[in-house]
Design a protein around this ligand. Structure first.
Ligand code: ADP
Length: 218
């Protein structure tokens, strides 16, 4: 479903060029549940952003569902992201003044999709937040905030969930709940990729993608 061929990503930092990805070949099959691991600065987030079409490779080829992505215009990338990809971040990125329900519904403001209120509440129930619908983020635990963010990532019915250290700010009990939800999404047919520093969680996915110095080693 996602194919990278000889992908490089360079960033400019003043006069210096940072080579964040150095010739990455990677195939992600539909329905896979994979962990991305590696030391800080290895290129994990860069890889996830490219897989999620948030950023384009500097060089190399990328295909998503058989369609060439690396030459797309930003407007085409936006359409692809909205229809097929859901993101989850370590810092949750909820809107403080909005309730759980309105945070979950937020992506719909930017798309033409009409989604019934019942569907939003069903997503909230799916992540165990049916008792928190009217709460704002400040009234939630970290785990509840991340579960709100997961429901938000699902609202456009994506094919792929990309999670950048989704349990990085959570204690082990809450991490476990988040992992269980991601696992359930995988069982329901979604493709799920998760960056993690937790080797135990990585070991419970179906595949570990190890990256070091911008190169995939497994
Ligand atoms: P990881 O997620 O494994 O910690 P990153 O993908 O965030 O690694 O970063 C890989 C390398 O690219 C690091 O050296 C980082 O400093 C650099 N980098 C990441 N994003 C940028 C950016 N926007 N501008 C300049 N350098 C960046």
């Amino acid at each position: 479903m996602i194919k990278l061929r000889n992908v490089e990503k360079n960033y400019r930092r003043g006069a210096e060029e940072v080579r964040a990805l150095r010739g990455v070949d990677l195939d992600i099959a539909a329905g896979e549940f994979a962990a991305v691991i590696g030391p800080s600065g290895a290129g994990k987030t860069t890889l996830l952003h490219i897989l999620g079409c948030l950023d384009l490779p500097s060089r190399g080829e990328m295909h998503f569902d058989g369609v060439r992505v690396d030459k797309m215009r930003e407007s085409e990338l936006v359409t692809l992201r909205r229809s097929k990809i859901g993101f989850i971040f370590q810092q949750f990125y909820l809107i403080p003044g909005l309730s759980v329900v309105d945070n979950i519904a937020l992506p719909l403001l930017f798309s033409k999709t009409r989604v019934e209120r019942g569907r939003i509440e069903e997503l909230a129930r799916m992540v165990g937040l049916e008792q928190r619908l009217r709460h704002v983020p400040a009234q939630l635990s970290g785990g509840e905030m991340q579960r709100t963010a997961i429901a938000r990532a699902l609202v456009n019915d994506p094919e792929v969930i990309l999670a950048d250290e989704p349990t990085g700010n959570l204690d082990s009990a809450n991490s476990e709940k988040i992992f269980d939800i991601l696992h359930k999404l995988h069982e329901n047919g979604l493709t799920v990729l998760m960056i993690t520093h937790n080797p135990e969680l990585a070991g419970r996915t179906d595949r570990t993608i190890q990256i070091r110095d911008g190169v995939i080693s497994t």
